[in-house]
Design a protein around this ligand. Structure first.
Ligand code: SF4
Length: 87
C-alpha cells in the first residue's frame, strides 16, 4: 500500500481501521460483503473527511479509503463528462 508523505497521513493513526484486519480494506479478492464491512468501519471514523480527501487527491488506486471504493473515488476525480485536455 503506497502511503505517500508520512506527515500528510498522520491522521491515519486516529482512524477507526487502525485495529482492523488490513485485508478488510485491501482484500486479495474484493467482494460486496467485504466492501460493506469496510465501509461500516469508515462510517464511524473521526478522520473520514481527511482520509477521503487524501485518497481522492493522491489518486489511491487500491482499497477502501474514506468509505469509498477505488471506482467511487475515480468517479469523484473524473466526473461524467470530464475530459483530459491534450497539451
Ligand atoms: S475513513 Fe476508513 S479507511 Fe480512512 S482512516 Fe477511517 S476507517 Fe480507515
Amino acid at each position: 500500500m503506497p502511503l505517500g508523505n508520512v506527515r500528510e497521513i498522520s491522521w491515519l493513526r486516529r482512524g477507526a481501521c487502525r485495529t482492523s484486519d488490513p485485508d478488510l480494506f485491501f482484500p486479495p479478492a474484493p467482494s460486496p460483503v467485504q466492501e460493506a464491512r469496510a465501509k461500516a468501519v469508515c462510517s464511524g471514523c473521526q478522520v473520514l473527511d481527511d482520509c477521503r480527501a487524501y485518497a481522492v487527491r493522491s489518486g489511491e488506486t487500491e482499497g477502501i479509503w474514506g468509505g469509498l471504493t477505488p471506482q467511487e473515488r475515480r468517479r469523484l476525480r473524473f466526473p461524467a463528462g470530464w475530459r483530459q485536455r491534450s497539451a
